[in-house]
Design a protein around this ligand. Structure first.
Ligand SMILES: Cc1cc2nc3c(=O)[nH]c(=O)nc-3n(C[C@H](O)[C@H](O)[C@H](O)COP(=O)(O)O)c2cc1C
Length: 385
């Protein structure tokens, strides 16, 4: 594979679109309803411009990031995604090796296709665990205890999927998790042999964290029977009591919810509209970040995702108040190519884009990023004389 031909995150998406069956591409790429929230996330970044600066010594640039006393090579990581192995049977393993090499975090979902134990074995402290409330509190806490026993330091509780978002693409193409095959799906897979042949040997991806957690015959976790409906503030409080490591709440989109998390003693919040996959009328994630950061002030850590597709987007999100930025879909498109160096290549592209942008805007470290680096056509602060 000639990685040189892949230079933007959209290049990865185009390649993946050719390789993946329609139903799998739709699962990864799609959003709620007609996809307006997905578009809104992407558009919001295009509206923000950065202010170039001159006459600054930017010869020594450093984009490492310290987050709650942990040092990362970059200020970005891989967002939690369920069933990554639908892109390629080796997705999870390739992602784990890649973050290990690149020094960035990888959030392993409750809905992952590989266990947190296996992922931790490969990537150690680069692995964060993302928790969904399952069909019972006891079952959910079993997962929390597993993460604790492993030594995982960062836990994310996702709260923005009380029910599955309505995604017409998945319905039309017959995407089910795990897969259910009818004629349409068999034809879809058969016409994408470079994707489907490896699954003859690996078997179809399944939810790896359901082992031993069924209660009353009901799966601990599934996409369709509302297993996540019962997560509430009391649950968050009991989780905070049980989990002593860093605890972030993902899917926060309003100031009141942010304050509730602060009052529960969370380590930080994670502003996200789930990549536009849940509510089509949700505001752009970047707009929500600005709103919440302005209200909260600058002390409380905020993670962010939604529509980030370039290193400059990462700079914009950091300048507008994020402490750390995550990307979802692009990493699944990269892993769909079935070639681990492609994932590392994607990470390197983002790193290079950040590095170059830092030089253009006159910054040598990410700590210098604030609203001053955002271009404002109506107002510029200047010292005269
Ligand atoms: C295929 C797919 C599966 C996802 N599964 C989860 C999940 O299991 N848990 C979770 O908290 N978020 C999940 N998300 C949402 C991502 O964590 C993230 O919020 C979103 O992808 C960010 O938007 P982006 O794809 O534009 O970067 C998923 C997203 C995708 C694309």
């Amino acid at each position: 594979m000639n990685l040189n031909l892949l230079q933007t995150l959209d290049d990865f998406r185009k390649k993946a679109k050719i390789k993946l069956p329609k139903m799998v591409f739709g699962y990864i790429d799609g959003g709620a309803g007609n996809g307006l929230a997905v578009d809104r996330n992407l558009e919001s970044f295009k509206k923000i411009l950065l202010q170039p600066r001159a006459l600054k010594d930017v010869s020594q640039r450093n984009q490492s990031k310290i987050l709650l006393s942990e040092k990362w090579q970059h200020a970005f990581g891989i967002a939690p995604m369920g069933l990554c192995n639908v892109a390629n049977p080796m997705s999870d393993i390739m992602l784990a090796h890649s973050v290990n090499k690149s020094g960035i975090p990888l959030c392993v979902s409750t809905a992952a296709s590989t266990t947190m134990e296996k992922m931790y074995e490969i990537a150690g402290d680069n692995i964060w665990f993302q928790l969904y409330m399952g069909s019972s509190k006891e079952g959910t806490f079993k997962l929390v205890d597993r993460a604790k026993e492993l030594g995982i330091r960062n836990l994310i509780l996702s709260v923005d999927v009380p029910a599955q978002g309505y995604r017409p693409t998945e319905v039309r193409d017959g995407f089910k998790a795990p897969f259910v095959f009818g004629t349409q799906q068999l034809l879809d897979c058969a016409t994408h042999p470079s994707w489907s042949i490896p699954y003859i040997f690996s078997g179809i991806p399944k939810f790896a964290h359901n082992f031993g957690l069924s209660e009353g015959g009901r799966p601990f976790f599934d996409r369709y029977s509302g297993t996540r409906l019962i997560a509430d503030l009391d649950f968050l409080k009991s989780l905070r009591d049980r989990w002593k490591g860093n605890l972030y709440v993902k899917g926060i989109t309003c100031v009141q919810d942010a304050y509730d998390c602060i009052n529960c003693g969370c380590s930080g919040i994670y502003v996200s509209n789930h990549g536009g996959r849940q509510l089509e009328s949700a505001p752009a994630a970047l707009d929500l970040l600005r709103l919440i950061r302005n209200e909260l002030g600058f002390q409380f850590p905020i993670m962010f995702d939604g529509g980030v597709r370039t290193g400059e987007d990462i700079i914009k999100a950091l300048a507008l108040g994020a402490d750390f930025v995550f990307l979802g879909r692009p990493f699944l498109f990269a892993s769909a190519l079935g070639y681990r160096p492609a994932i590392v290549h994607l990470i390197n592209i983002l790193g290079k884009q950040i590095d170059s942008a830092m030089a253009q805007i006159g910054c040598t470290s990410l700590e210098e990023l604030n609203s001053q680096v955002i271009y404002r056509f109506d107002k510029q602060k200047a010292k005269v004389g």
